[in-house]
Design a protein around this ligand. Structure first.
Ligand code: HEC
Length: 163
């Protein structure tokens, strides 16, 4: 009888072990299945976030590479009226015998913002071979207090009047 009992217990133990193994099997199978989607889900947003910021980052330099975007044209117009309009006219169309027309200037069209900034800071004396009027363009229009930032605002304004 004891042998029988031992066998029954042995069978029961085996059954339990099988059941345990059988019960274990679905768990690892479902566990990776549960883990896999969360891994995929965060990956997708991260990728799209990175690509979005990359797009934004590449858009910004493209914009700042445009000749128009550096300064504040509204502020520039105010500064232009104060420092440049006496010779270049209130609409930058030039005043004969004083300052050149800016609206059709090939010189301005061909220059980048930093190049124009350099030019305005230096002016153009009558001895300069590029001088066509025999009238000097004073450095900073004769207003030495103008900062680079203010001159870039003026340049932004000049870009808006250029045809
Ligand atoms: C005292 C008069 C006077 C003032 C003020 C003046 N300019 Fe001029 N500017 C001139 C003259 C004259 C020329 C043309 C010189 C020449 O014959 O090349 C000129 C030329 C220029 C040119 C080159 C245009 C071209 O087509 O070659 C730019 C740009 C310019 N001025 C910007 C400015 C800015 C910006 C200001 C204000 C900060 C200013 N000027 C103030 C007299 C002036």
């Amino acid at each position: 009888m004891r042998k029988y009992l031992l066998m029954v217990i042995g069978l029961l133990l085996t059954a339990v072990l099988f059941a345990a193994c059988g019960g274990d099997d679905p768990t690892p199978t479902s566990a990776p299945a549960t883990v896999a989607p969360p891994t995929l889900i965060p990956t997708t947003p991260v990728t799209s976030t990175v690509s979005t910021s990359t797009t934004a980052a590449s858009t910004t330099p493209t914009l700042s590479a445009q000749p128009t975007s550096q300064g504040d044209a509204t502020q520039g117009q105010i500064l232009f009226m104060a420092s440049c309009s006496a010779c270049h006219g209130p609409n930058a169309e030039g005043v004969k015998g004083l300052g050149k027309d800016m609206t059709t200037s090939q010189f301005i069209a061909s220059k980048s913002d930093p190049e124009l900034l350099d030019f305005i800071k230096q002016g153009r004396p009558v001895t300069d071979p590029l001088n066509t009027t025999g009238v000097p363009m004073p450095a900073k229009g004769g207003n030495p207090s103008l900062t680079d930032e203010q001159l870039l605002d003026i340049i932004a304004y000049i870009r808006t009047v250029h045809k």
